[in-house]
Design a protein around this ligand. Structure first.
Ligand SMILES: [Zn+2]
Ligand SMILES: [Zn+2]
Length: 296
């Protein structure tokens, strides 16, 4: 054993950080549903890491020209341009690495792909243009960019998942900065008004409205309760909806594009929606939806 210098007497060890409600809820969920333990542990690791990163990312000062914002919204384009994101590259590299490590540890990423993603993170010349091109294509923020083309030729499998998770703390700060200064009431698209990514969860409010949550920046916006956010199908006869036995969660599946979205039903709930918890608590619903031939 090496000799460690003694801790200075006037600096007591730091107390552990207070656990957030999400972390408390995830730990309770692990006791209630031990079969989800591995998914919950991965989520705990991701949530704790993202919280640490988000705590050190400055709140960006994004100046939004009202006329420009109106034009973007009218065209169905989001508000955050790549240059607005408070991306500090050394911090992003670290976040990318830690995200890939967590996914590897829980077998959500193949070892060979992990190695390639980590190598990519080290190469400054390769990473920066790749991330900006991917963001521009997947957000559709610039006119002319098709939000649905976001191909990364020769990219390792799983890279997009790692990028989505690693960008989250940086984009979440953009959503935090913009939400109070822009009016999203007229936004009626299925994709995110802040970063252009698609919804990956929803909440049914006590007033029976539906709000969608972005799968990348976690911004939320109102959306018609029975319209498919992926293909805009609004024929109720072609939306299949089913709930868990306790009525807490619901799935909306589209019989046109065959995709589905899960929701937390806050109409009879004890607590508010918590996306990081509820997306994991509903993993059995994903299995049920996939069994019926729908994709996430
Ligand atoms: Zn978003
Ligand atoms: Zn659809």
């Amino acid at each position: 054993m090496s000799d460690l210098p003694p801790l200075p007497a006037d600096r007591p060890p730091r107390p552990p950080r207070a656990e957030t409600r999400e972390i408390v809820e995830l730990k309770q969920l692990r006791l209630a549903q031990p079969e989800l333990a591995s998914a919950i542990d991965m989520q705990l690791a991701l949530v704790e890491m993202q919280r640490r990163v988000q705590g050190r990312v400055p709140l960006p000062r994004i100046a939004i020209e009202p006329e420009w914002a109106r034009a973007q919204q009218a065209a169905g384009r989001p508000l955050v341009r790549f240059a607005d994101i408070p991306l500090e590259w050394s911090d992003f590299r670290l976040t990318l690495r830690q995200t890939a490590d967590i996914l590897l540890r829980f077998e959500a990423l193949e070892r060979a792909d992990h190695a390639r993603i980590v190598a990519l993170g080290r190469e400054g010349n390769a990473l920066e243009p790749l991330v900006s091109a991917w963001y521009n294509a997947s957000s559709g923020v610039e006119p002319g960019a098709d939000p649905r083309t976001r191909e990364m030729p020769d990219a390792p499998a799983g890279l997009e998942q790692v990028l989505v998770l690693a960008m989250r703390p940086f984009l979440a700060r953009c959503a935090e900065a913009l939400t109070p200064q822009v009016d999203l009431a007229s936004w009626n698209h299925g994709h995110c008004p802040i970063c252009g990514w698609e919804a990956d969860f929803a909440v049914i409010t006590p007033g029976a409205d539906r709000r969608l949550f972005c799968g990348r920046c976690v911004a939320q916006w109102s959306f018609a309760p029975l319209t498919c956010p992926f293909c805009a199908n609004d024929d109720r006869a072609l939306i299949t909806s089913f709930a868990t036995r306790d009525g807490r969660y619901r799935v909306y599946a589209c019989d046109v594009c065959r995709r589905y979205l899960k929701a937390y039903d806050a109409r009879h709930a004890q607590r508010q929606v918590m996306v990081a918890v509820d997306t994991i608590a509903t993993l059995p619903l994903d299995a049920a939806a996939m069994q019926r031939g729908y994709t996430g």
